[in-house]
Design a protein around this ligand. Structure first.
Ligand SMILES: Cc1cc2nc3c(=O)[nH]c(=O)nc-3n(C[C@H](O)[C@H](O)[C@H](O)COP(=O)(O)OP(=O)(O)OC[C@H]3O[C@@H](n4cnc5c(N)ncnc54)[C@H](O)[C@@H]3O)c2cc1C
Length: 471
């Protein structure tokens, strides 16, 4: 099996990378361990009912990238109006409407219009400047401090807000009670960059039309149409390193996929130690790098990702009978997280038995899974799917970003210091997944950038209009 490039991991980033490489005429293989592509962006199924198994909302995949790789976002995503609502202690208190005017009215009703406008100014500034300055689409990200300087050139205060922790910078604009409308508690004491990045959609989240598999299915079809060989059910066991360079991948069955130009690890970087023989791990990664990877894998955050299947139509904890049902952000009691109700919106997902599915993602301190179900309006579920993102996705923390987005693991230091250029210390071995720059969520940017890096290192002039050619 001889290819120019071999990609380990058929998640959305691996598929995006394969498309970009194939668009440049390369022979590409994607090896996916599971029976289907999509990774954390794919559906689960029980008795014919389909539901998003890990990621459930789409909103950060950029239009410019979609248009470059030929992905029709409008057919992949639908938006309910409001797109999501926030419920606290059983009371619905905020709605993220589709129109700007109505969002402003919502903040006005909370007495936070001025504060919202101020925060939005930075979010919009970041969207524009990070592209103009080549901070998002890049194969050589700057350091956090350099990114701050570049963004400050675009807009006064933006650089400082990017570098400062949320709680000392952007978080000072808006009162603490409303922080949850903009960012995750895990990012409160991290640089504003992380929160600005996950707000690129100005908080507007859609849901996958026809299930998450329809979205990743589009990426898959595009890759196949470009001649990519996508192998499902093929688990990589080892990265083959010979003569000081990554030469290919061996699967658990012992099949070898040779890569003449490069191997891309497109799964969490926490998969890397397992894929390198002990000898190569010690030879190429410093003691500090090995220790950091171990430390990342050891962090435990009480996050749960659970899906319920139920016979009866659930009653979302919203104050109105919205159709389609928005995503519901729930805070109160022992629960903090988000629920989505895919089958109430799309009857085709219900399967022959007409079952319903409800997804929940978040933290629960001391609550049982049954209590979570009850808070979401489900009594006596038919089936409960508690997802272990460590098993299979090398994401034991259950973080959307696979490895945390801290001051020490952003931009040119993501996932480790000096690795932000998508290279690893092993020549010919690259990384490009949510654990790479610019970070997690379904954005495809890490996959795109990693592919461009691999092309540039192979001496191919990348055609992507998104990347600054000088980089
Ligand atoms: C609980 C939770 C909820 C989330 N919700 C959202 C959301 O609503 N919206 C959003 O935008 N983002 C969400 N995210 C984040 C998003 O799901 C991820 O950032 C994104 O899907 C990661 O994509 P990826 O392609 O980088 O990696 P993955 O999707 O993890 O893909 C990696 C692939 O590699 C495969 N693989 C692993 N090891 C091997 C091997 N040895 N050989 C071959 N293949 C292998 C895996 O099977 C997998 O398919 C959520 C994440 C979590 C954890």
């Amino acid at each position: 099996m001889r290819y120019d490039y071999v990609i380990v991991g058929g998640g959305h980033n691996g598929l995006v990378a394969s498309i970009v490489l194939a668009m440049h005429g390369a022979r590409v293989a994607v090896l996916e361990a599971r029976g289907k592509v999509g990774g954390e962006s794919s559906d689960g199924e029980y008795m014919g009912v389909r539901y998003p198994r890990v990621a459930y909302a789409l909103g950060l995949f950029p239009r410019d990238l979609a248009s470059f790789i030929g992905l029709d976002l409008d057919s992949a995503v639908y938006y309910s109006n409001p797109s999501w609502v926030a419920v606290e202690d059983g009371r619905e208190w905020f709605r993220r409407w589709l129109s700007d005017d109505k969002v402003e009215r919502e903040f006005d009703a909370l007495g936070l219009l001025r504060e919202y406008r101020e925060l939005r100014k930075y979010i919009r500034g970041f969207n524009e400047c990070s592209r103009a300055k080549g901070i998002l689409y890049t194969i050589d990200p700057p350091s956090l401090e350099e990114a701050g300087e570049l963004l400050e050139e675009c807009m006064e205060g933006l650089g400082r807000m990017t570098v400062e922790d949320w709680e000392r910078g952007l978080g000072r604009i808006i009162p603490g009670e409303a922080w949850g409308l903009f960012t995750f508690p895990t990012l409160y004491s991290e640089p504003g960059f992380a929160s600005l990045y996950i707000n690129m959609n100005e908080g507007l989240w859609g849901q996958p039309r026809g299930g998450m598999n329809s979205f990743t299915g589009q990426l898959y079809s595009r890759a196949i149409a470009l001649g990519v060989d996508v192998y499902t059910g093929k688990r990589a066991a080892r990265i083959l390193v010979d003569g000081g360079r990554a030469r290919g991948v061996a699967t658990v069955e012992g099949k070898v996929f040779e890569a003449s130009r490069g191997v891309l690890l497109s799964t969490s970087i926490l998969c890397l130690p397992k894929l390198l023989e002990g000898e190569n791990l010690e030879r190429y990664l410093s003691r500090r790098e090995r220790r950091l990877l171990e430390d990342y894998a050891r962090i435990r955050i009480p996050l749960v990702r659970v899906n319920f299947v139920t016979q009866r139509e659930p009653r979302p904890p919203t104050s109105r009978d919205y159709r389609p049902v928005p995503i519901v952000s729930i805070n109160g009691g022992n629960l903090w997280g988000e629920a989505s109700y895919p089958t109430m919106n799309d009857p085709a997902l219900r399967g022959p038995k007409g079952l319903h599915a409800v997804t929940f993602s978040g933290a629960f301190i001391g609550s049982s899974i049954q209590e979570i179900g009850e808070a979401l309006g489900i009594h006596e579920p038919e089936w409960v799917d508690v997802v272990d993102t460590g098993e299979g996705y090398c994401n034991p923390n259950g973080l959307p970003s696979q490895v945390p987005m801290t001051r020490h693991s952003l931009l040119n230091s993501r996932p480790l210091k000096g690795w932000g250029n998508y290279r690893t210390p092993i020549p010919g071995l690259y990384h490009g997944a949510a654990s790479s720059h610019p970070g997690g969520e379904v954005t495809g940017i890490p996959g795109h950038n990693a592919a461009i890096r691999m092309l540039a290192d192979s001496g191919v002039k990348p055609k992507s209009p998104l990347i600054k050619q000088s980089s």
